[in-house]
Design a protein around this ligand. Structure first.
Ligand SMILES: Nc1nc2c(ncn2[C@@H]2O[C@H](COP(=O)(O)OP(=O)(O)O)[C@@H](O)[C@H]2O)c(=O)[nH]1
Ligand SMILES: *[C@@H]1O[C@H](CO)[C@@H](O)[C@H](O)[C@H]1NC(C)=O
Ligand SMILES: *[C@@H]1O[C@H](CO)[C@@H](O)[C@H](O)[C@H]1NC(C)=O
Ligand SMILES: [Mg+2]
Length: 433
């Protein structure tokens, strides 16, 4: 536990003060539990906890999308009773490969501004849940899955049913009858009951069931990505998306880099940031952006499949040079997950390339997730952005630029594959306020 707080930097102290001690043995939990079960069904104000997790191979930016779905489920639940969303600690992500860095049990406050999240729906960190709910126990785990028989042709209906588990269960019963599992790296956490649910439909289809079929106070939805958006791109979607403000310490680093290396600042760029996201009501157009082009070049697993819509480095470099000329810019900021070999090639092809390269200390401090956010923040403030086809990393940059008020044609652009015939450009999603 102490390992996470080895750093003395002042802004980490902030986190410390909000993170209570993990505690409590079973006895305490049982005591707390029986006290509350007496009032079950009688007290509408009783706090219930919604927890969730996502399929392990999914990356950071798809997980951000699943958060939006869970937030709309929480809003639906809150119409009937008192619920809070417990933020699933970050960690063990496939793309976070920097060696020797402790990258599990990371609280959301290291990446996002909790106060901003909390202005949209009531959220708490997992460590707060442990302290508040009386210990490392989750009463009911539902593992979400599809239907074994698939979709019946021609009929789409939203439904949820208790069904036998289709895949091998990632939880196992210990000798005391508790379920053990990954639980975000919290080994002491146990589930009282694990059940598989087949679901088809948007996040809120499960709401009625959570309200009526179970009295569990803490409920975890595992494989939550099986629930779809209630209304992708609607007001509720955008409210939640706008509330996902990056943590201040990461924005500050991004802004310093913009100022020092790219001669970019909010006043000149007309990209004014408000601490209160609810006060921002941008219209597309007024944002100008810093005097640089930004490109997101997704490599690794995106090129291993030889996808038709992902360019070679040569082709990407050509496109970047064309754009620099057209836009009369001489700097290009490149965000990429390219390996060392690809990076060398990129430097050769694009000598004017600028990148955010953290020192080891910065990497240890911000972690792979924080560095990716800094890359996204810098891309979001460029005069013009071009991303990689169907990368959620690029999609989140589109949204950030939309919030900042950029003209759509400076945002919804992507590289084309070398032999791609029909290079369709990304969809423009307008904010609904
Ligand atoms: N720092 C940094 N990391 C990146 C970049 N592109 C990809 N990554 C890493 O690779 C992951 C990609 O997975 P994901 O977020 O799911 O986006 P997607 O797979 O592109 O849809 C990111 O979360 C980052 O960890 C980049 O430009 N800069
Ligand atoms: C929830 O309860 C209703 C009514 O008892 C039942 O018909 C339904 O199958 C239950 N749903 C699940 C997912 O258990
Ligand atoms: C576990 O939960 C399911 C769904 O609520 C329920 O049908 C089942 O009886 C529970 N099992 C135990 C052992 O309590
Ligand atoms: Mg991914």
């Amino acid at each position: 536990m102490a390992a996470r707080f080895f750093l003395g930097w002042s802004f980490f102290i902030l986190f410390l003060s909000t993170v209570p001690q993990t505690c409590c043995d079973e006895v305490q939990f049982q005591a707390g539990h029986s006290a509350t079960s007496m009032s079950l069904g009688t007290s509408a104000a009783e706090q219930r906890y919604l927890l969730y997790d996502v399929n392990p191979p999914e990356g950071f930016n798809l997980r951000r999308d699943v958060y939006i779905r869970m937030a709309s489920l929480l809003k639906t639940l809150q119409k009937t009773s008192n619920w809070v969303l417990v933020l699933p600690p970050w960690g063990r992500l496939y793309h976070w490969q920097s060696p020797d860095i402790h990258q599990i049990r990371i609280p959301w406050a290291e990446f996002f501004d909790l106060k901003s999240l909390d202005q949209n729906i009531h959220v708490i960190e997992y460590e707060d849940f442990l302290a508040e709910s009386g210990g490392p126990f989750i009463e009911q785990v539902y593992v979400l899955q599809g239907y074994a028989e698939g979709w019946k042709e021609g009929t789409w209906e939203e439904k949820v049913d208790q069904r036998p588990c289709i895949d091998q269960l990632m939880y196992s019963e210990d000798r005391n009858g508790y379920y053990r599992g990954w639980f975000w790296g919290y080994e002491e956490t146990r589930g009282h009951n694990v059940t598989c649910l087949s679901v088809q439909g948007s996040a809120s289809v499960i709401a009625a069931m959570l309200l009526k079929n179970t009295t569990a106070r803490s409920i975890m939805l595992d494989r939550a990505e099986n629930l779809l958006h209630d209304h992708y791109g609607g007001k509720d979607y955008w409210d939640t998306r706008r509330s996902m403000v990056f943590a201040k310490h990461l924005r500050v680093i991004g802004d310093e880099f913009r100022a020092k290396v790219l001669q970019s600042n909010d006043n000149a760029d007309k990209t004014i940031f408000h601490e209160d996201w609810k006060k921002v009501k941008g219209k597309p157009g007024p944002a100008l952006g810093g005097p640089y082009l930004a490109a997101h070049l997704r490599r690794k697993d995106f090129i291993w499949g030889h996808r038709e819509d992902v360019p070679s480095l040569r082709k990407a470099a050509d496109e970047i040079h064309k754009l620099l000329k057209k836009l009369k810019l001489n700097k290009v900021f490149v965000a990429t997950d390219a390996d060392q070999e690809d990076l060398q090639e990129l430097r050769k092809q694009i000598p004017e390339m600028v990148r955010f390269e953290p020192t080891w200390e910065e990497l240890e401090l911000f972690k792979d997730g924080g560095v990716a956010i800094i890359d996204q923040w810098i891309c979001a403030h460029a005069r013009y952005f071009i991303g990689t086809s169907v990368s959620t990393f690029s999609f989140r940059i589109h949204e950030e630029r939309e919030i900042l008020g950029f003209e759509p044609k400076t945002t919804y652009n992507r590289f084309c594959g070398d032999k791609e015939k029909n290079c369709e450009q990304p969809t423009h999603w307008k904010i609904v306020y």
